[in-house]
Design a protein around this ligand. Sequence first.
Ligand SMILES: *[C@@H]1O[C@H](CO)[C@@H](O)[C@H](O)[C@H]1NC(C)=O
Ligand SMILES: *[C@@H]1O[C@H](CO)[C@@H](O)[C@H](O)[C@H]1NC(C)=O
Length: 279
Amino acid sequence: MWLLLGALCLARGLRGGGAGVEAFRNPETFMNISQKIVFHGYPSELYEVMTEDGYFLTVNRIPHGRRDRSGIPVLIVHGFCQDGGDWVDNFPDSSLAFILADAGYDVWLGNNRGNSWSRRHQNLSVDSVEFWDFSFHEMAMYDLPAMVGFILMQTEQEKLFYVGHAQGNTLGFIAFSSLPHLAKKIKLFFALAPVSTLRYARGPVLRTGWGHSPSIRPTPPFYKIEDMKVPVALWSGGRDWVSPPEEHFPEWNHFDYHWGLNAPQRLYMQMVTLMNENP
Ligand SMILES: *[C@@H]1O[C@H](CO)[C@@H](O)[C@H](O)[C@H]1NC(C)=O
Ligand SMILES: *[C@@H]1O[C@H](CO)[C@@H](O)[C@H](O)[C@H]1NC(C)=O
């Protein structure tokens, strides 16, 4: 079954400020993810998970909210050029990770290979060319299964919620459509595709799935994302991707919401509601 949902531009800018001037005012600028979690008064745990091909991924956990209870695990995977820290950067009432923790979920923040917190390999030096020789494909095929498997083992659960932002949702589409044994472990896939990264996100998925635009890569990987059995809730700033008439997504409908500046909070509350309704 596919779940149908609406459109929203989750602009990066909404999460506020970059480096520069900000660095002098914002004490969080120089904190790592664990420190940011603790700074906001939440419990923090840190793990290192090794992938089948030898990369060590740092995974942060907020096992529960400020009220002590712990529930179903949620794995959040970041976008391109971002890291798990993006989910704990704002005040607790506007950070997805904290909102989910306070709603009773067991929140895990993934860091894919090569990002600031996942730069260690069993045998390869981070200075070697071989270390960096990977693409979306390896992140989807190795990083996601390693993180999902580890979380389920650690929590003794059978399934989790997966939240993918930008690249994180591309990885979800690739991994869950290609690896049925992994797809079975996902209760519901929340795909957040901001307009700024949408073109990037749709590239490998749609191009290689239908091949009606010439590919840049000589042998593009082929992902049959229409085979994906995981229910997905998709939010996107790009109508064309949510309701692509020519691209064979018969299951996807499209509700066009016009939300205001508090869009992230409203989106996050919708996500919590959906999780609560699909325990
Ligand atoms: C973050 O900083 C804390 C305190 O210095 C340290 O214990 C922890 O290992 C660091 N985490 C990462 C992922 O570097
Ligand atoms: C790293 O080296 C060890 C020892 O040679 C080997 O057993 C292991 O498979 C290697 N890991 C990877 C990911 O190639």
